[in-house]
Ligand binder design. Structure first.
Ligand SMILES: Cc1ncc(COP(=O)(O)O)c(C=O)c1O
Length: 409
């Protein structure tokens, strides 16, 4: 236990949120540029969570003041999550993260279609969607994988062409975790507006980083994760539309009937409170943070390209502000990452798929050769990133590239 576990209490919301990492590291850790893999817990989120580990420890299902206190906090968090998404609170189901939310959405819906039916997804989804679809395809569900263009976007006209009478689900993500490309969400919504298939959107990388409104876009099911938005690990949520008509999912687990029977199990109250607070902060800071990250991104790309031969993967405009996927011609991404690892923490590919060998399925899908894919590094900028850090990173990356390849131009 640190000496002052609630030191965060002294941090007002107006103080720079970028103190997050500096305050918690011992100063010898590298600059953190891997915010797409996970984000540090915002100290304001920690502050909100702490009482629910200690004094406010009740179970929201209990019929006494301890339970009521916990219930009130989880319902306030549900409102905050719903508020960020443009949903209503009763449409939010708490899960352990986006992986579980994706599983619950896709398997939970597929179980209502025992005849098999048809699902459409895309080649660049996260494994928590692709692997579920792959498993379902082995038990009779047909799956169509839409390809993406060189920027990582699907073609909505192709989606239209692939829809069938028995298509019950379209699972298309909001923003990609490797290259940051945002899908043409409005056009996808328009295509699906005229078809009974439901749209599940894995928005783990998009929630809190770009504006998202489930009603305006026509999203029926949406997965999100607290640890991608400065909340705690092990907490997420699934939005399940409950209007015109309500969507019914088959639960993945049975038990005490929590979350209206869709997701049994005692609620992780501190995690849920943290998710709620993280959503409030993201909503309040979304626009300024998008602008700030956009500027840092320009600084990084500008600085690197002055000296190095590089190409930027992903869409030039429709992209997450904090994601910079860079292909360093002729360099080996893993070697570069290893060379840099004590100075800059970043990712050679998708951290979620680490352990997986071979070129990334996303980089292959946008047409990169194996050599180009293995020359790629992903920089994930976030709330803790500063201009000074970017200056240092530019210097370190250029030095590492020159050392490895003599690539300076
Ligand atoms: C797009 C996407 N979906 C799903 C996940 C899995 O989320 P979680 O770690 O909450 O299970 C990730 C994690 O990187 C992701 O980037």
């Amino acid at each position: 236990m640190p000496e002052q576990p609630v030191a965060a209490a002294s941090l007002s919301a107006s103080e720079p949120a970028r103190r997050l990492v500096d305050d918690t590291s011992n100063g010898s850790l590298p600059i953190y540029l891997d915010h797409l893999a996970t984000t540090p817990l915002d100290l304001r989120v920690l502050e909100a969570m702490v009482p629910f580990f200690t004094t406010h420890f009740g179970n929201p299902s209990s019929a006494h003041p301890y339970g009521w206190q916990a219930k009130e906090a989880t319902e306030a968090a549900r409102n905050a999550v719903a508020g960020l998404l443009g949903a209503s609170a009763r449409e939010i189901v708490f899960t352990s993260g986006a992986t579980e939310a994706n599983n619950l959405a896709i398997r939970g819906l597929a179980a209502r279609h025992p005849d098999g039916g048809h699902i459409i997804t895309s080649a660049t989804e996260h494994p928590a969607v692709l692997d579920v679809c792959e498993t379902l395809s082995r038990s009779g569900t047909e799956v169509t994988y839409l390809s993406v263009d060189a920027h990582g976007q699907i073609d909505p006209d192709e989606l239209q062409r692939q829809l069938r009478d028995d298509t019950f689900l379209v699972s298309l993500m909001a923003a990609n975790n490797e290259i940051g490309t945002i899908q043409p969400l409005e056009r996808i919504g328009l295509v699906l507006a005229d078809h009974p298939a439901l749209w599940h959107c894995d928005a783990a990388q998009a929630v809190g980083k770009i504006p998202l409104d489930v009603r305006a876009l026509g999203i029926d099911l949406l997965s999100m994760s607290a640890h991608k938005v400065y909340g705690p690990k092990g907490q997420g949520a699934l939005y399940v539309r409950r209007r015109r008509p309500a969507i019914r999912l088959q639960p993945l687990q049975e038990g005490g009937g929590q979350e209206r029977g869709i997701r049994s199990g005692t609620l992780n109250v501190p995690g849920i409170v943290g998710l709620g607070r993280a959503c409030e902060l993201a909503a309040a800071e979304l626009e300024s943070e998008m602008r700030r990250l956009g500027q840092l991104r320009e600084q990084l790309v500008g600085g690197l390209s002055q000296k190095l031969n590089l190409t930027i993967n992903g869409h030039a405009q429709q992209r997450l502000p904090g994601c910079v996927s860079v292909c360093f011609a002729g360099a080996d991404g893993t070697d570069l990452m290893l060379r840099l690892q004590h100075e800059v923490a970043l990712s050679a590919g998708a951290a979620c798929a680490s352990g997986h060998t071979g070129p990334s399925h996303v980089l292959s899908a946008i047409g990169l050769s194996d050599a180009q894919a293995t020359s790629t590094l992903r920089f994930g900028l976030g709330r803790s990133t500063t201009q000074e850090q970017i200056d240092t990173v530019i210097e370190k990356v250029i030095a590492a590239c020159v050392h490895d390849t003599g690539l300076a131009g």
